[in-house]
Design a protein around this ligand. Structure first.
Ligand SMILES: *Cc1c(COP(=O)(O)O)cnc(C)c1O
Length: 394
């Protein structure tokens, strides 16, 4: 195989098979080896004094880390990418990179809860204030800007509640005022949403989810456009919060099948979501590709696909005992957090307990579902039996 002169001209599934490896430099082996290490050996006095080497010390990176960074940068259409040992790690890194004492930050009210906790418990200590906005605010975000607003954070769709914001409208307001945008793009990944092309400065991904794909990896990646790349890279280098070599290897392995898994997750999740919509026990399906979902029009306009995570609102009054009976008796779905793996998950949630500027009144119990790679009929039968237990024991 001869390397294609410009990998970005190839379609995304092809690119995902080629990025971050170079058999000609790996004794012909298909996959790149794992480099582990702290110390780098120098040959001359001059070199050691000048730290003259591609990687000067373990915390400056390694070929294994660089393979994944470079692959992700190309995939995301970015100026550069760095990683952290978890998704929440890159969220913190991105916020450190884009704020300083005295700054103000805007966060969507639907944001992933640990992100909210980082703002209130860590950034606040350093004099960065945070206010929250309705994720459906769109261009109206301009009215919420303060003189010291340095960054607007977005999550599309919102964790648990799935609102799809008007990303280009918010990015346009930010750009007009010289404010940076940071987006949590974990749900869509760069395969289904081209964040930088929609005006986002930093786009982050919990690689723990679809990049890993097997629930055996924790990793975060953040890509930056050319303008924001130097600030991100230097913050990353100062913090020394590196990913482990094996984790990068697993992520590169996951990347090879990521497109396939995403397309399959999309197909299965849509089939289950449409089936749930017809169930008498379900009042609403919060799936960005379906009309019940707030911001569905934004999804249709801006996204290239949907992944395997969505929520439902139950119709009617059910007891805790009924819900426990439904969930504990499932034999294909498991109860648990995280998502993007091969296995289906389900978990109850309630956004009302942490929202501060919008109200969460879905009108019934809410459940979040992650659709894995099991047979769709087995998944439906499992839910069907679960709904029967829910009604019987409520
Ligand atoms: C899981 C998740 C994260 C955090 O990823 P971890 O690797 O688990 O820390 C961040 N954002 C969203 C939307 C997530 O679902």
């Amino acid at each position: 195989m001869t390397a294609h002169p410009d990998n970005t001209k190839l379609r995304v599934s092809t690119r995902l098979t080629q990025l971050g490896r170079n058999p000609a430099e790996q004794y012909g082996f298909v996959n790149a080896p794992v480099y582990r290490g702290s110390t780098i050996i120098y040959q001359t006095l001059d070199d050691v004094e000048q730290r003259r080497a591609r990687f000067s010390y373990g915390t400056a990176g390694s070929p294994t880390i660089a393979n994944l960074e470079d692959a992700w940068t190309t995939l995301a259409g970015a100026g550069g990418s760095v990683m952290a040992p978890s998704g929440i790690g890159v969220i913190c890194l991105s916020l450190y990179a884009m704020t300083k004492a005295g700054d103000h930050l805007l966060m969507p009210d639907c944001v992933y809860r640990p992100t909210r906790n980082f703002c209130s418990q860590i950034l606040a200590k350093f004099g960065v204030t945070t206010s929250y906005y309705d994720p459906m605010v769109g261009a109206g975000i301009e009215k919420l800007l303060q003189k010291n607003t340095s960054a607007i954070f977005l999550e599309a769709p919102g964790s648990q509640s799935f609102e799809v914001p008007d990303v280009p409208a918010i990015a346009a307001v930010a750009s007009k005022h010289g404010i940076k945008t940071i987006m949590d793009n974990t749900w869509a990944t760069p395969v289904f949403f081209r964040a930088h092309e929609h005006g986002i400065d930093l786009s982050l991904e919990a690689g723990t989810k679809y990049l890993g794909g097997h629930s055996d990896l924790l990793l975060g990646i953040v890509s930056a456009n050319e303008e924001s790349w130097p600030a991100l890279r230097s913050t990353y280098e100062r913090m020394g919060m590196l990913p482990g070599a094996e984790d990068c290897f697993l992520a590169l392995r996951g990347m090879r099948t990521m497109h396939l898994r995403l397309k399959e997750a999309e197909r299965r999740a849509l089939e289950i979501a449409r089936w749930l919509k017809e169930r008498p026990e379900v009042s609403k399906v919060l799936h960005p590709a379906l009309p019940d979902c707030p911001g569905h029009e934004n999804w249709r306009r801006d996204f290239r696909g949907s992944s395997g995570l969505f929520s439902i609102v139950l119709r009617g009054q059910f007891t805790r005992k009924g819900l426990a009976s439904m969930l504990e008796g499932l034999t294909v779905f498991s109860m648990g957090f995280s998502w993007g793996g091969y296995e289906s998950l389900i978990a109850p949630f309630d956004c009302a307990e942490y929202r501060t500027v919008t109200q969460w009144k879905p009108g019934g119990l809410t459940l979040r579902l992650q659709i894995g790679l099991e047979d769709v009929e087995d998944l439906k039968n499992d839910l069907d039996a679960g709904f029967r237990r829910l009604k019987k024991d409520s």
